[in-house]
Design a protein around this ligand. Sequence first.
Ligand code: NAD
Length: 428
Amino acid sequence: MSDTVVPTAASTPASTRSPLDDAREQLAQAVEVLGLRPHVHALLAEPRRELSVSIPLRRDDGTVEVLRGYRVQHNYSRGPGKGGVRFDARVDLDEVRALAMWMTWKCALLDVPYGGAKGGVRVDPRAYSRAELERITRRYTSEISPLIGPNQDIPAPDVGTDEQTMAWMMDTYSVGMGYTVLGVVTGKPIDAGGSLGRASSTSRGVAAVALRALGHVGIAPEGATAAVQGFGKVGRGAARFLAEAGLAVVAVSDVDGAVHAPEGLDIAALEAHVDATGTVVGFPGSAPIDGEQLLALEVDLLVPAAIEGVIHADNAAAVRAKVIVEGANGPVSSAADGILSKQGVLVVPDILANAGGVVVSYFEWVQANQSYWWSEEEVDDRLVGRMNKAWDDVVAYADSKHLSLRLAATCMAVERVYRAHELRGLYP
Ligand code: NAD
C-alpha cells in the first residue's frame, strides 16, 4: 500500500497547529501502538462525509447576511453519526473535522452504538437576537437535513447552542418529514422529548471522573482545590458538582474574564450572579484575575471547560495543577501533553472525561425511539455506572501497556472502530 497517503500533522510548526493537527497526531500514535496498516490509518484520518452550507439570514433590520455552516461525519462504522452543533465565530471546517473525529473515539470508548459527527455555524451568537438565532438554526437544519436523521446522524448542543436550539432543529426536521421525529436530535427540553438528567450529564460525568482521578493520585475531595475555565453548560455544572463533593472551587472564568477566591467561591451565589448579569465577572467577594492566571493557579484540579487549544506549548510549563480533567474537547494540545507529562501532571482526556453528555444523549435517543421515559435517578445511576466503568477500563489498559490515559483511551476506541471496519469489509 505504498501509494496510501495519510494526512499527518508532523510538518506543521507548533505555533500554527490546529485541533485537527492534534486529532491526527493522536490517531497516528494510536495506529502505531496498535500496529494498524496504512490504509486503515488513511481511512480513519479522513471524514467519511462533509457538507458545507450557505445560510442566508434576514436580520431583524431587513438586511441579509450570508453565514457558513458545516456538518461532518467522521465515521459511521459502529452506528449513526453523533455530535454537537457549535455556533461560534471561530468555527471552520478543520475544527469541525477534529471535533467529529474525537466524537468517533468518544462513542466507541463509552461503547454507545454511534459513529462520530459534528456541526457548526460560523457566527457569534451573542451578536444576534433570539428571532435571528431561530432563523439561523432552522435554515441550517434545513440545509443539512439530507445528512441527519435518527438512523443517520443525530446532532446535540455544543458551544453557543442549547436546548432551545435543539427544539428548533427537531421541529424543522419534523415539519420537513410531515410527522414528529423526536430521535433526530438530543439535548432537547424535557417538554419537547428531552431526557431527565441530560442537561447536567456532561458536568456530572466530568465531576465523577475528576473524583476518580483525584483518588488515583491520593487526593481526597474534602479540602482539595479546583479551578474551572468556562462557565457554560459544562463548566458551570462541573463547578457545582465538585463543590457539592467537598472541593473548594477557587477560580472560574468565562469569555469575559476570571474570578478568584482562595477560600473557595460560593457556587450557588455565583450561578445566581451569572443568571442576573450574564458573566462571572464582578462576582461579589472575589478578586478579578486574568484568564491565563487561572490556568497557572496552584490547585489540585484544573478543569478546562471552554474551547480547544487553551493549554499549549507556550503556557503548559506554567500549569501547577496536579490533575487536569478535560471538560472541553481538545483543550490540551499535543505539544502541551508532552510537557505536562514530564511535569507529572495527570491529564484525563476529553474522550473519557466529558463523555457523560453523549452517554445520556444515547439514553435520550433510546427513550425517544421507544416512547418510554426513565426517571432522573435511573438516568444518573446508569450514567455514573458507565463513566466509572470507562475510567476503570482506561486505567487498566494504560497500566498494562504503560501508556498515558489519552493514548490508552484513543487506542481502545480506535481498536473498536477498526474491528467494526474489518467485520463489515470493504464495499464493493
Ligand atoms: P457553552 O457555550 O455552554 O459554554 C462555553 C463557556 O466557555 C462559556 O462560559 C464561555 O464564556 C466560555 N469561554 C469561551 N471562550 C473562553 C475563553 N477563551 N476563556 C474562558 N472561557 C471561555 O459550551 P459548553 O457546551 O459548555 O461546551 C464547552 C466545551 O465542552 C466545548 O469544548 C464543548 O465541545 C465541550 N463539550 C460539551 C458538551 C455538552 O454536552 N455541552 C459535551 C462534551 C463536550
